[in-house]
Design a protein around this ligand. Structure first.
Ligand SMILES: [Zn+2]
Length: 288
């Protein structure tokens, strides 16, 4: 895989898994065959499998090397996690994630900062790993910078619904003294800052990178598939505040269309990165 240059910043991708994830009609309850059909030619085979209407979605992290630090953005599903609602993610045990680190010439101990766009299981899993039956931080030398709003929400989901994500992926980081809870517009340094993009979750943040007049933004899950460029009003069935999620997504598409900002998505098919361009009365994604 190649590094992407954003001025003096280098960005690499670490793919944990890839392939058909869920039916487009299950994923986006507003999707219909009539709406999708005119767009099938550019959605198939990468974004949508032919014939079966399954969305292809990678699960991946971005590694960002700024002049001063090495940052991991989102940490995929991880191993041995409790994910009752999606068997392929439950109690995983694979080595591909760290093999990909090696291919980038990196060791996990070289990560200085971990950022999570939000704390769903596919974005916070490798925050921790199971060692001697205890969850411990995977990135021993990293400061984990997390949205205070997002942590509170994950803690609430744990208390109210028994969601295991807070206890498995967040609490061990806090207990190890490696967490730093921040506002949703926190600036990590002059090149990297959080950008509040609530809706998918209450404390969801995109991550903005800039250096020498070059810009990029990591979307997290404010958008999941290129088809939402055409239909920004289509919400993922698990967006926590659907009205706000749609408003945030449309605002994001308007803000970052027809400009030089590289858009680094989490779940668009590989290579997952590109630019948003306006197209008739909607938007289109041009991969780069
Ligand atoms: Zn996700």
């Amino acid at each position: 895989m190649k590094w992407i240059a954003i001025g003096n910043i280098e960005v690499g991708r670490i793919v944990e898994s890839d392939g058909p994830f869920m039916s487009v009609f299950d994923f986006f309850p507003d999707a219909t065959m009539e709406a999708i059909e005119p767009h099938r030619s550019w959605l198939t085979p990468n974004a949508l499998t032919s014939g079966t209407h399954m969305l292809n979605m990678p699960i991946q992290s971005y590694v960002v090397k700024t002049p001063t630090s090495t940052i991991l953005i989102d940490s995929c599903v991880g191993n041995h996690k409790t994910v009752d609602w999606y068997p392929a993610w439950h109690n995983k045990s694979d080595t591909q994630y760290f093999d990909s680190f090696k291919k980038l010439g990196l060791h996990p101990d070289q990560i200085d900062v971990v950022l999570c766009t939000h704390l769903h299981v596919d974005h916070s899993g490798w925050n921790t790993q199971l060692v001697d039956e205890r969850w411990v931080p995977t990135f021993q030398n990293a400061k984990y910078i997390l949205s205070r709003t997002e942590c509170k929400n994950a803690e609430m989901l744990s208390a109210k619904y028994g969601d295991p994500t807070f206890n498995e992926n967040v609490l061990p980081i806090i207990e190890a003294g490696q967490a730093m809870l921040v506002d949703d517009d926190y600036e990590i340094d002059e090149a990297v800052r959080l950008e509040p993009t609530p809706g998918h979750t209450p404390g969801h943040c995109a991550i903005h990178l800039s250096n020498r007049g070059h810009n990029a933004v990591v979307t997290g899950d404010l958008i999941h598939s290129p088809i939402q460029c055409q239909f920004p009003e289509w919400n993922f069935k698990f967006d926590s505040d659907k009205e706000l999620a749609a408003k945030t997504r449309l605002g994001f598409l308007k803000k970052y269309s027809d400009c030089n900002t590289q858009v680094l998505t989490c779940h668009f098919p590989q290579p997952s990165t590109g630019r948003i361009i306006t197209s008739k009365d909607a938007f289109h994604f041009e991969y780069t």
